[in-house]
Design a binder for this molecule. Structure first.
Ligand code: SF4
Ligand code: SF4
Ligand code: SF4
Ligand code: FES
Length: 940
């Protein structure tokens, strides 16, 4: 349980030691230089009335409610905009300021509806609070004059209303949109009495640039901007701190409830990853948890052609255990396995891999991270010695040059994107490496210094060419390399070869050599250069090579081991980092330790009381191949829709159809569940108790906001299956699972629920050497001792455009939707994205006679699908793009079985395709252009 209203000190904190002493209403206080008088007063325990100020935003000084008197100064300065000075004596409560404040408040109230008792913000309205604080007893001005009381509401946004009749023009919403979110969607139109808040150029919120992050709603001190859920359900009365279950940013939220009903999600100010901000998904898109499509009772069937039969939990668990044991008896332990989910908690993932290794008796456990960030684990381990990103998000505020490679943070990792944009607006330089002109390339007050618009599949050639410039132009950080790294000389010899020069690779990458050279120099010469990357790096046949290439580049420039630098994967799902940490790879036990390491295995064997296999098990693609061959027959799929999310869907479906037993645990009947024999209803994140680990290695608590609607905790279901198979697994509470993880995993040694509850979150490694956790890694030494340079020759992918498939398809996601869309499609977020579209360059569209909105076929050598075209010059010619949020589109019907050489991560980002009109017709205007009779016949 946490406070509903968090303290607000009025203006942001200043960095640095507290060196300025002053007196406020007779109380002494010492604060850092630059602190406002308002904040100093709040620290001293004196609340100065305020309306336009909040400690999330820079002081603005418009409402004039916070006036104070300062000895030796004339007038009554605004305390929010007045910085402290040594020896200052401040009086916040003189009769003079009291009178002034009352007059200001009187003016506000004279143009404000007096419906406090029925207002949705009653009890959470700062205007109401301040009227009380200034002791307002009367309003001398009537309502007869000009006012805003009849201003029309804007209810266009599905999640919040804008009622301008209640607006006090404090501009907090406008500043929140600018300073925190960085979208600049709002303005104050007009002057004086006529001034009013306006989304865009007088548009509705839905028609404007607004991305529905909700920062303005949170900032609004009145009911002007209000969550629709609060209007409908009433003000919440209690809150629980938990973690968003969407992307790998890992935003912390206060889930605010009224009774047992979740009213709203408010980003938590103390959340280490988000510091009080959120995106539309985390703040608003939680309705799927109570969607009627949810399956709440277990179901079984003998064959997938039979109808489902609802059963109780005992029968469901017994069925899974009995049928898994039966397969094991007939075909051996290698015939059964499981896939863990990056959407589940660390504790749930841990028990699934334990069940597989200890109860199933195989190492056939893999995770959906296989298909996204497995190259990150491999590449960073090889070079730095640890399979994780190097920095915390806060570090971006110190970066001078930011390189974004194969990531689209404003859509995929929106809250981190806002932090990054804050730094860019302060003047940091930006290099974007992406075939598509993502929003970051040019958005309000931001323009990339270089957009390296490479051909898909040529990442490694680009990073090698950048490193070539660094080495051959004498830009290497020699002292860093000599002191901290090994195998530099052989790498330098390789990278200096002419084959890696920007000029030689220009025809391959499509990037002008001069531009690439300039970008490389910019990164290398920056005091702090930071690399952030996403699936546009990993989901390639050379995904692991590219991760190592970026690590080489960072080491060569000394950009590792301090604030503002690093190599940072932006993880897709909420717990990708955690699911990998928890040992869900077939070759690794928790903490990335190889199953062949006898000493490590013995530690687990001693605690688990069973022998473990020293040989790696099957990866997901191997499981599918083995299923088709008939040697893999039983699969437990935990919270993953492999039939929609994995590549070459026909192959996946053939594998699922070939198995004797498919067990699916999920919230909804998904595409995979159509092949399942047992369906185990899962719990939403609002019903879970455990932890998620975000992209910064930050372990956050997930706390149950409500009881599991399916009647059982997911970790307990898994334990009961293992027990029914003859391997007893029992925990009273998920905190005990974390204790076991900590006892077996050195990097988690200092982690426990009690500690997390005390400090909020911990970034691993957390052990005796780093009891507070590790925000920045590899500070004095790399985890592996010396950072290792690894030569990274560019090998073109086998997937090439041909005459038959002349375009390259690449994929990505959109802000309002999440992965296969199972959650977000069941929320009002569909208002922004009702279908997956195919983005195509105008020239490619024209060549094919395609107009915007036409239905087109998208075909590759493995399959074809249909979707509507969006003509967009964000794409270069020769490249098309789509999202994969809707099963009906089935983007993965066309993606191929090509994969990363080291990890088998699928090459989602490069598929040779052809695009054609689905229903070729001769359009009317074309018909007119053709000669008469023939044209008329064609149109008919
Ligand atoms: S919801 Fe976010 S993007 Fe939209 S206007 Fe408010 S702050 Fe700006
Ligand atoms: S909408 Fe709210 S935050 Fe924006 S100016 Fe009006 S009262 Fe202030
Ligand atoms: S940025 Fe990611 S973690 Fe944060 S609210 Fe949005 S989806 Fe959730
Ligand atoms: S709070 Fe200081 S002027 Fe508004």
């Amino acid at each position: 349980m946490s406070l509903l209203k968090e303290p607000d000190l009025g203006t942001p904190a200043m960095e640095g030691p507290a060196t300025v002493s002053l007196e406020v209403d007779g109380l002494s206080v010492c604060v850092p230089e630059g602190t406002s008088v308002m904040r100093a007063a709040a620290i001293a325990g004196v609340d100065v009335p305020k309306l336009c100020a909040t400690d999330r935003l820079e002081a603005f000084g418009s409402c004039r409610l916070c006036l104070v008197e300062i000895d030796g100064r004339r007038g009554t300065p605004a305390s929010c905009t007045t910085p402290v000075a040594d020896g200052m004596v401040v009086r916040t409560q003189s009769p003079k300021v009291a009178k002034l404040r009352e007059s200001v408040m009187e003016l506000y109230i004279s143009d404000h509806p007096l419906d406090c008792l029925t207002c949705s913000a009653n009890g959470d309205c700062e205007l109401q609070d301040m009227a009380g604080a200034v002791g307002l007893r009367q309003v001398r001005y009537g309502y007869e004059g000009e006012n805003h009381l009849d201003a029309v509401k804007d209810q266009s946004n599905p999640y919040f209303d804008f009622d301008p009749s209640k607006c006090i023009a404090c501009s907090r919403c406008v500043r929140a949109c600018d300073e925190i979110q960085g979208t600049f969607a709002l303005t104050i139109e007009g002057r004086g009495f006529a001034s009013k808040v306006s989304p865009g150029a007088g548009e509705s919120f839905m028609d404007s640039e607004c991305v529905s992050c909700g920062a303005c709603v949170q900032a609004c001190p009145t009911a002007t901007l209000q969550e629709r859920s609060v209007i409908q359900l009433g003000m919440p009365s209690r809150s629980v701190i938990t973690t968003c279950a969407y992307c790998g940013v890992g935003c912390s939220f206060k889930a605010e409830l009224r009774g047992d009903e979740l009213v709203r999600m408010v980003p938590h100010k103390d959340g280490g990853a988000n510091e009080g901000h959120s995106c539309v998904k985390g703040r608003f898109a939680f309705g799927y948890a109570t969607h009627p499509d949810r399956v709440l009772r277990p179901m079984v069937r003998e064959k997938i052609t039979d109808p489902w039969r609802e059963v109780d939990w005992d029968e469901a668990i017994d069925t899974v255990a009995r049928r898994m044991l039966d397969i094991r008896r007939r075909y051996g332990a290698e015939a059964i396995g499981a896939i863990t989910s990056s959407r589940c908690t660390n504790e749930e993932v841990y028990v699934v891999q334990k069940m597989v290794r200890a109860a199933f008796g195989s190492n056939n456990v893999d995770t959906c991270a296989r298909v996204c960030h497995s190259p990150t684990g491999y590449g960073l381990k090889q070079t730095f010695g640890e399979s994780a990103g190097t920095q915390d998000f806060r570090s971006v505020a110190q970066a001078d040059v930011i390189v974004v490679i194969g990531a689209n943070p404003t859509d995929g990792h929106p809250v981190f994107a806002s932090r990054m944009k804050q730094r860019l607006r302060q003047g940091a330089k930006l290099i974007v490496v992406d075939p598509r002109r993502i929003d970051l390339v040019r958005s309000p007050h931001i323009e990339a210094d270089h957009h390296l618009q490479l051909r898909p599949g040529t990442n490694v050639a680009v990073v090698n060419a950048m490193a070539h410039v660094v080495v051959t132009e004498g830009l290497v950080d020699e002292s860093f390399v000599v002191a901290r790294c090994e195998e530099f000389d052989q790498w330098a010899e390789f990278i200096s070869r002419a084959e890696n020069s920007p000029e030689v690779v220009e025809p391959i990458t499509g990037i002008p050599a001069a531009e690439l050279r300039a970008a490389a120099r910019l990164y290398a010469q920056a005091p702090n250069g930071a690399i952030y990357y996403g699936l546009g790096v990993t989901e390639h046949s050379q995904g692991s090579t590219m991760v190592m290439g970026m690590a080489n580049l960072a080491m060569a420039c000394g950009n590792i081991g301090r604030d503002g630098v690093g190599v940072n994967p932006l993880r897709g799902q909420n717990n990708v980092q955690g699911s990998c940490d928890m040992g869900s790879f077939p070759h690794e036990l928790p903490g990335y330790r190889h199953v062949s390491d006898d000493a490590v295995r013995r530690t687990f064997e001693n605690l688990w009381g069973t022998a473990l296999l020293p040989d790696p098990g099957l990866r997901i693609p191997n499981m599918f191949d083995a299923a088709i061959d008939g040697t893999f027959r039983g699969l437990f799929v935990h919270g993953e829709d492999i039939a929609q999310s994995d590549p070459n869907v026909q192959h996946v479906l053939a594998a699922l159809g070939a198995m004797e037993l498919v067990v699916v645990q999920d919230l909804f009947i998904n595409e995979t569940a159509k092949f399942a024999h047992v369906f185990l209803p899962g719990a939403s994140f609002l019903e879970k108790d455990g932890t998620f680990t975000n992209a910064e290695r930050r372990i956050n608590r997930v706390r149950a906001v409500m009881k599991p609607k399916n009647g059982m905790h997911e970790w307990d279901i898994v334990c009961q299956i293992a027990t029914a198979m003859g391997y007893p697994m029992h925990y009273d509470h998920p905190g005990q699972i974390m204790d076991e993880i900590a006892s077996l995993t050195p990097t988690f040694a200092g982690v426990s629920f009690a500690r997390l509850d005390e400090v909020g979150s911990i970034q691993w490694p957390c052990d005796d050497d780093a009891p507070q956790g590790t925000p920045i890694m590899h500070i004095d030494t790399f985890t592996r001792g010396l950072g290792r340079f690894v030569p990274t020759p560019f090998v073109p992918t086998d997937e090439r455009s041909t005459r038959r498939f002349p375009l390259i398809l690449t994929t990505g996601r959109i802000l309002s939707q999440y992965n296969v869309g199972a959650q977000t499609r069941r929320t009002a977020n569909i208002a922004w994205h009702q279908e997956d579209l195919l983005e195509i360059h105008p020239h490619d569209a024209e060549d094919r006679g395609i107009a915007d909105g036409d239905e087109v076929t998208l075909a590759s050598r493995v399959g074809q699908t249909k979707l509507h075209a969006r003509i967009s010059d964000r794409m270069p010619t020769g490249v098309v793009y789509t999202t994969f949020h809707y099963p009906v589109t089935g983007a993965n019907v066309v993606t191929t079985e090509n994969s990363d050489w080291a990890t088998n991560c699928p090459e989602y980002k490069v598929t040779a395709v052809q695009v054609a009109l689905a229903h070729p017709v001769v359009r009317e205007q074309e018909a007119h252009a053709l000669n008469g009779v023939l044209a008329a016949e064609l149109v008919d």
